[in-house]
Each structure stands twice: as structure tokens, then as C-alpha cells.
Design a binder for this molecule. Structure first.
Ligand SMILES: Cc1cc2nc3c(=O)[nH]c(=O)nc-3n(C[C@H](O)[C@H](O)[C@H](O)COP(=O)(O)OP(=O)(O)OC[C@H]3O[C@@H](n4cnc5c(N)ncnc54)[C@H](O)[C@@H]3O)c2cc1C
Length: 463
């Protein structure tokens, strides 16, 4: 994600041979010459494939799911396209996705033209005076975090510092402003990174970069960018990669239904999948890369979509934030909602949960989550608020092809680990994906650019 502080992934060993024998598969060999396998059909894999295919290389994408997109997934079951993974093009100035959306005729919607409503624990609207004062206190707290960061020897978590800062604000300015600052910290840092503040690195949390300008929704859904880029690309679906091996004569990828040989491989599998250690690398991954995989973490950001028969919120309201002890692991209150009726023309809103709370939500019954939201909406907007016609919830933390939403730097990790993850092996095995982009990790644009970066490295490796 990112928005705005300072700134804002034969040769064969005996084991692999055994796996191959067990699978009883046939070896698929592509046309001789410059053959490239790409593992994963998310935006990084598809952008790498597009770049290479346009240059005339023989490219095959292997994807575990039955569809392309990965953490870009557009759902249409609610009567309008809504994104279960990435929703926003973050920043318009210099962001290559803006041009891509335009190239594929995908209209966008600027979410920053509307207003935010903040609601306190009693169900009342937070006054503008409190919001403004809290914003000033939040900005000062961020500056304080950066000042502490500058003099920091040993890294520590953001949470270890932010909780003391919020406590101080509460004492000096009162509970209302303290609660609002607490909300801003959880929203702008916790939800932004899908992380638990007590695990996020204070030293490195603000080292990524961001494009300036508004955040845009892709009206027909983010998947339209994948569909546009993937045209004519050879994607093999339902190919769960289990083994990757390489030598001076080529690469071999073993899936649960086949074996694929090529000259180069670009691995775009999510950090969460690499962290599980279920994929056999032969020879093994370099120690530095294995260490980076172990130390960087996957945050969880989940969404819950509600479709209503009519919109009960004010049409000018873009987001509704619940302040108080929301966002805490034990709370079933979704802290932050975005309304979508203006953008998609259907009375839909969706809530964000992050970190430990999101992981707990993934274990809960949908009706529990829905009941808390409905009780809150009725407290604010009155008893006539209708029951939702449909509720859709994501579970990115337990998704077996991602195990999380996107990467973040936890205490014990460093920014340069993103570069370590990106480093090719033997000029034959290449790595792309959001967790390989040091400047723009955790974003669609970072993943997209990483795919192009590795395609260009592959081209160079052949020359
Ligand atoms: C809820 C949520 C909200 C987000 N919001 C935004 C946002 O608003 N803006 C933004 O810029 N970014 C956002 N992001 C982040 C963004 O979606 C990701 O950074 C980006 O899509 C990652 O792309 P990728 O190609 O690196 O990885 P992926 O899209 O995960 O692609 C990797 C592919 O590998 C496949 N795969 C996994 N394991 C295997 C295997 N063993 N064998 C074969 N294939 C396998 C996966 O199925 C997947 O298709 C959000 C993410 C989530 C989850």
C-alpha cells in the first residue's frame, strides 16, 4: 500500500527426482531458443510475460489458481465490480498504472473528492474541531517517531513508541482527541501496512516511496488491467509449483501435474508462499536470500463487502471511521469503511481489518462480523437501516497462494532485504513481485515495475 508519511520477491537433487517420480509426470519442453518460464500470474508475472513476449521471447506462465490476477481479484457477485484484493491506484503523478488503465479503456474514480465521517464509541459524529486538533497531534506524533528513529541504535517496534505517545496525548488533550489519534495511527500505519504495530520496524517503516496525487478506483475492476496485459500470453492454470531446479544448462520447474524445462525462470511467487518453505529449490537458495525471506513479514489486510437494498449513508460520505478501541484484536468492530455507491452506482460499502484483528476475523463466522457492523450502523443512522442483501469477506491471511496481503518490514528485518529478494541467481533464476521492489513494496505498481525490471534482466542475460 503506501500513502503518506515522509515518502510512502539438472541438475536435479535426489529429492527433486523423487518428487518427479512420485508425480509420474511427463517433461514438457518448449521450443528451443530463448524460453522463459514465469511462475505466478499476478501483476508482476503478467507484466514480465508481456514485456518478454513483446520482445519475441517464448514465454509460459505457470499459475496455481484457475484464474490470473493473484492479489488482484474482481468480484461481480454483488451486481457491480468490486475488488477483493487491490482497489486503489495509489497516486496519479508518474504512476504507470494510470496510463495502463487508460490504454485498456478502464475508467477511474477519484476517491479523494468526498468527505470522511468519524464516529465515537457512543455512535456520535466526531466534531470537526476534534478531528482538526487530532490531525495536528497525529502529525506531531509522526515527527516525533521520525526523530526517535534518527537516534535509534537497536531497532524497536512502532507500537512500543506510539502507545506511549498516544497515552501522553490522551493525558494532555483528553480522551476524545486521544481516541481519534489512536484511530489515525491504526488507520494510516496499521491498516496501510496490514501490520501489527508491535511487530513493525520503527527504523525502516517509512523508507518506501509514493507517487503524489489522488488515489483512484478502477471502475470496471483492477482485473481489467490484468486482462489487458495478459492478452495472447500462454498461461497454464492449476499448476501448483513444487520444485525449481537449475544448472548451467537450464531450469526445470516441477508442478503437481507436470515438469517444465526452459532457459530462464522468473519467480513471482508471494513472500508468504516462499516463507512456508513448501517449494523445493535445487540447489538451495543463497543464505542471504533465505534470511530475507525469513525476516520480512506478510501483513494481512482483509475486506468485508456489504450490499444493501438502498444507501443509508449520506452520498457525500466517502469513508466512515469508528474510533475508540476498534482495530484491537478482540474487537469485532470493523474500524474503517469506504462507500462505493458513487463509484459503482450500487449501494455497496466495504470495511478494512488489518493485522491480528484480520487474522482473527478469518476464523470468525461471517454473521458475527456482520451483526456488529449492523448494530453500529443502526446506532449512527437509525433503526431503519436495512439488513444487507449480501456480505462478502476476504481471507488473504489463510489464502494458500498468498498467505497474507503484502510484505512489510518487521523488527529484525531491513529495507535492503527487498533488494536481496530481487537478486538473480546465476543469471538464470530471477525474482519479481511486490516484495522485491524496495521503493514500492506492497503495491500493484511496485509489483508491475518489478516484472518489467526482471524481464529486462532476462533479456540482458541472453546477450
Ligand atoms: C486486500 C488487499 C488490498 C490491497 N490494496 C492495494 C491497493 O489498493 N493498491 C495497491 O497498489 N496495492 C494493493 N494491494 C497489494 C497488491 O495487491 C499486491 O502488492 C500485488 O497485487 C502483488 O502482485 P504480485 O504479482 O507480486 O503477487 P500476486 O498477485 O500474489 O501473484 C503471485 C501469483 O503466484 C501464484 N502462486 C502462488 N503460489 C503458487 C505456486 N506454488 N505455484 C504457482 N503459482 C503460485 C498466485 O496464485 C498468484 O497468482 C492490496 C493487496 C490486498 C491483498
Amino acid at each position: 500500500m503506501n500513502s503518506g508519511f515522509s515518502r510512502r520477491h539438472f541438475l536435479r537433487s535426489a529429492g527433486s527426482l523423487l518428487l518427479l517420480a512420485r508425480l509420474g509426470s511427463t517433461v514438457k519442453t518448449f521450443a528451443q531458443g530463448e524460453r522463459v518460464l514465469i511462475l505466478g500470474a499476478g501483476i508482476a508475472g503478467i507484466s514480465a510475460a508481456r514485456t518478454l513476449a513483446d520482445k519475441g521471447y517464448s514465454v509460459t506462465v505457470l499459475e496455481a489458481r484457475g484464474v490470473a490476477g493473484g492479489r488482484i481479484r474482481t468480484d461481480t457477485s454483488l451486481g457491480a465490480p468490486v475488488d477483493l484484493g487491490a482497489s486503489f491506484i495509489h497516486g496519479t503523478k508518474g504512476n504507470p498504472l494510470v496510463a495502463l488503465a487508460s490504454r485498456f479503456g478502464a475508467a477511474t474514480y477519484d476517491i479523494e473528492q468526498e468527505e470522511d465521517l468519524y464516529v465515537n464509541a457512543a455512535g456520535g459524529a466526531v466534531s470537526t474541531a476534534v478531528i482538526n486538533q487530532a490531525q495536528r497531534e497525529y502529525n506531531a506524533a509522526l515527527k516525533r517517531l521520525v526523530a526517535i528513529q534518527d537516534g535509534l541504535g537497536q531497532d524497536r517496534s512502532i507500537g512500543s513508541v506510539s502507545s506511549a505517545l498516544i497515552k501522553g496525548i490522551r493525558q494532555r488533550r483528553g480522551a476524545a482527541i486521544g481516541d481519534m489519534v489512536n484511530f489515525l495511527v491504526r488507520s494510516e500505519i496499521g491498516i496501510e501496512f496490514g501490520a501489527d504495530l508491535n511487530q513493525m520496524s520503527l527504523k525502516y517503516f517509512d523508507e518506501d516511496e509514493a507517487f503524489s496525487g489522488s488515489d483512484l478506483l478502477v471502475k470496471p475492476g483492477y482485473i481489467s488491467l490484468i486482462d489487458g496485459l495478459a492478452q495472447g500470453i500462454d498461461i497454464r492454470f492449476n499448476q501448483l509449483v513444487r520444485g525449481i531446479s537449475w544448472s548451467s544448462s537450464g531450469v526445470r520447474v516441477t508442478t503437481d501435474s507436470g515438469v517444465f524445462d526452459a532457459d530462464r525462470v522468473v519467480i513471482t511467487l508471494p513472500l508468504g508462499v516462499l516463507k512456508r518453505g513448501d517449494i523445493e529449490f535445487s540447489p538451495g537458495l543463497p543464505t542471504a536470500k533465505a534470511n530475507a525471506i525469513a525476516k520480512l513479514r506478510m501483513g494481512v489486510l482483509d475486506k468485508t463487502y456489504f450490499k444493501f437494498p438502498t444507501a443509508f449513508w449520506q452520498t457525500r460520505e466517502d469513508s466512515i471511521g469508528f474510533i475508540g478501541n476498534v482495530g484491537a484484536r478482540s474487537s469485532t468492530q470493523i474500524p474503517e469503511y469506504y462507500t462505493l455507491d458513487q463509484a459503482v452506482g450500487v449501494p455497496i460499502l466495504f470495511g478494512f481489518t488489518a493485522g491480528a484483528q484480520a487474522r482473527r476475523f478469518e476464523q470468525l463466522d461471517l454473521s458475527t462480523i456482520s451483526a456488529t457492523s449492523m448494530a453500529s450502523f443502526r446506532k449512527i443512522f437509525g433503526s431503519s437501516v436495512p439488513e444487507p442483501e449480501a456480505v462478502v469477506q476476504t481471507r488473504w491471511g489463510s489464502d494458500p497462494y498468498s498467505y497474507g496481503s503484502y510484505s512489510y518490514i518487521s523488527v529484525g528485518a531491513k529495507t535492503e532485504y527487498y533488494d536481496t529478494l530481487a537478486r538473480p541467481i546465476d543469471n538464470r533464476v530471477f525474482f519479481a513481485g511486490e516484495a522485491t521492489h524496495r521503493s514500492y513494496p506492497g503495491t500493484v505498481h511496485g509489483a508491475y515495475l518489478s516484472g518489467i525490471r526482471e524481464a529486462n534482466r532476462v533479456v540482458k542475460s541472453f546477450s
